[in-house]
Design a binder for this molecule. Structure first.
Ligand SMILES: C[S@@+](CC[C@H](N)C(=O)[O-])C[C@H]1O[C@@H](n2cnc3c(N)ncnc32)[C@H](O)[C@@H]1O
Length: 221
């Protein structure tokens, strides 16, 4: 089962072969989708590692009218997308992920919350979204950047799909000792590294806010 947003699968579901992958598939995707959709567990995560979803929501809330298009890169089962969609009156959250299992969970959560019109599901890799250039007001992501196979290409893609003046918000882990116990197979970035990657990609107004285990990066196109 592959999700797309009304276009034919070949237009939306890009086959990236070995080049880009998500480990959140199969059983891990089904269990992960449930756990990452649990509000109590997410609250515990913020307690242990610092604010993540709540920090992105606060930032977006201070900038939106309600009619925006928000791309959530690596939306998973909707930990960030669902509360974002609740803040929109007429806009849409484009939920992009490579995992069918995660997206299936997101779809069912969106239906239960009556958010079908505020949520659009796209199965595609982060570096090749298939979205039109200059088409989104926000590109956001939470707990995804450290998992990306192609971080530079993903930033280039986000710059491409953002409208001029559009906002980029990335929230993710830093490579602290506690994080490295949990994220053995991944590559968390230091605040300076993210700043440099955003500069290289061509973003403006870059602001990185690190805390003990995480950072929130903000930039504009
Ligand atoms: C740790 S989960 C976070 C999900 C969600 N953002 C949240 O905070 O609940 C990471 C998600 O990123 C997705 N992902 C990882 N690499 C990806 C890529 N290259 N393209 C698209 N999605 C990707 C995974 O499938 C997974 O759903």
């Amino acid at each position: 089962m592959a999700y797309n947003s009304g276009l034919t699968p070949n237009e939306r579901v890009v086959d990236v072969g070995e080049q880009e992958h998500s480990e959140w598939t199969g059983k891990r995707g089904r269990i992960g989708g449930l756990l990452l959709g649990n509000r109590l567990l997410r609250w515990g995560e913020e307690l242990a590692f610092g604010r993540s979803i709540s920090a992105v929501l606060k930032e977006v809330a201070s900038l939106i009218n309600g009619d925006e298009t928000i791309l959530d890169v690596g939306s998973g089962s909707g930990g960030l997308s669902i509360p974002l969609a609740k803040r929109l009156s007429s806009g849409q959250v484009i939920c992009l992920d490579l995992s069918d299992e995660m997206l299936a969970r997101l779809e069912s959560r969106a239906q239960k919350a009556g958010l079908e019109r505020r949520i659009k599901i796209v199965r595609a890799p982060a570096s090749q979204t298939g979205l039109e250039a200059d088409s989104v007001d926000f590109a956001v992501s939470n707990n995804v950047f450290h998992e990306l196979d192609k971080p530079k290409q993903t930033l280039a893609e986000q710059l491409k799909v953002l409208k001029t003046g559009g906002h980029l918000i990335i929230s993710d882990f830093r490579p602290t000792r506690l994080v490295s116990l949990m994220e053995k197979s991944h590559r968390p970035y230091e605040a300076e590294e993210i700043e440099s990657l955003l500069n290289q990609a061509g973003f403006k107004n870059i602001e990185i806010r690190p805390n003990r285990h995480r950072f929130l990066a903000y930039a504009r196109k």
